[in-house]
Design a protein around this ligand. Structure first.
Ligand code: NAD
Ligand code: MG
Length: 292
């Protein structure tokens, strides 16, 4: 299961979960949340981050890494209460606060509620991480129902639009928005046609909003991260067992990535060190060159 070049597993044993969103607690092996012995250095001291899909996977890793760097976080999740409680505990272990916001972001009304509650709790928002998402594997476009197409776009893309609209008026100079797009935005995916299309929209949204805000001279940057195959609950809850067993093995590094290996890209983009970077995408994908 492990190769010589890395202490990370190449792939995971075949496994599936019966519903999406999946649960991090049921995965084996457990994803790595934060790199061992990572030392924080107050890079986000006093900052407040709102993270959609922050209960598990990439979002949980971002929450914990941001907390280690001194931020308080609010996380939005659909219904995975246990995963959310664990994330809260992990953030509190870092000495920071974590607000849990449960609800369905595909409903436009939820965005305002989440923003109000975050402001009530923390008084401000500095970083918005648009990261919630679902995907449903289908081998034939004819099998993608109207309901699935709508759900995928509403959850992955419309939610990002609504949340951004509600958060933006509260952001100040130096604050930033970071969206989770995907490698599938750049090279497509033959069994995730609708999902890959939402990710294409997210990449274009990132670029468009970035130039729009720069033109308004608000000092707010907008960037994205495009993960390749990352070991999160999304994978066993959306792919068949065989796909899970091979997941990540075709990357140039020959292995899947861990959420702990993706979160540092969000940290970099959120920090002042990235003050001259906007409208860009960081590719965290095991070495695949996709020219994006
Ligand atoms: P994940 O399942 O841990 O995270 C997705 C989260 O989205 C869930 O925790 C869930 O609470 C939230 N969510 C789903 N539907 C929602 C809804 N209707 N309302 C509110 N929240 C909802 O899996 P992950 O892989 O960490 O996914 C995070 C992001 O990363 C997603 O946008 C996904 O598309 C993207 N991504 C993942 C990979 C990968 O290989 N894991 C690759 C590229 C991009
Ligand atoms: Mg989850």
């Amino acid at each position: 299961m492990s190769n010589n070049e890395s202490h990370y597993p190449t792939s995971a044993p075949a496994q599936t979960q019966i519903q999406q969103p999946g649960e991090q607690e049921s995965m084996y092996p457990q994803p790595e949340i934060i790199k061992e012995n990572y030392q924080g250095s107050h890079k986000l001291k006093g900052k407040i981050a709102l993270i959609s899909g922050g209960d598990s996977g990439i979002g949980r890793s971002v929450a914990v890494l941001f907390a280690r760097e001194g931020a308080d976080v609010a996380i939005i999740y659909l219904e995975e209460q246990q995963d959310a409680e664990i994330t809260r505990q992990l953030v509190e272990n870092e000495g920071q606060r974590c607000l849990l916001l449960e609800g369905d972001l595909s409903q436009p009304e939820l965005a305002a509620t989440c923003v109000e509650q975050t402001l009530q709790c923390f008084g401000k928002i500095n970083i918005l991480i648009n990261n919630a998402g679902v995907q449903y594997q289908q081998s034939d476009i004819g099998e993608i129902s109207h309901g699935q197409l709508e759900k995928t776009f509403k959850t992955n893309f419309f939610s990002m639009f609504y949340l951004t609209q509600k958060v933006l008026p509260h952001l100040q100079e130096g604050d930033s928005i970071i969206n989770t797009t995907s490698i599938t935005s750049y090279r497509g995916h033959d069994e995730l046609i609708d999902y890959a299309s939402t990710k294409g929209a997210i990449t274009t949204f990132t670029r468009s909003l970035s130039t729009n805000l720069l033109k308004q001279k608000k000092g707010i940057r907008v960037n994205a991260v495009a993960p390749g195959p990352i070991w999160t609950p999304l994978i066993p809850s959306s792919f068949d067992a065989q796909t899970v067993a091979e997941f990540g093995t075709s990357t140039p590094m020959g292995r899947m990535g861990q959420p702990s290996e993706v979160a540092p890209a969000y940290l970099f983009l959120a920090c002042d060190g990235a003050s001259y970077i906007s409208g860009q995408v960081i590719h965290v994908n095991g070495g695949e060159i996709i020219n994006g």
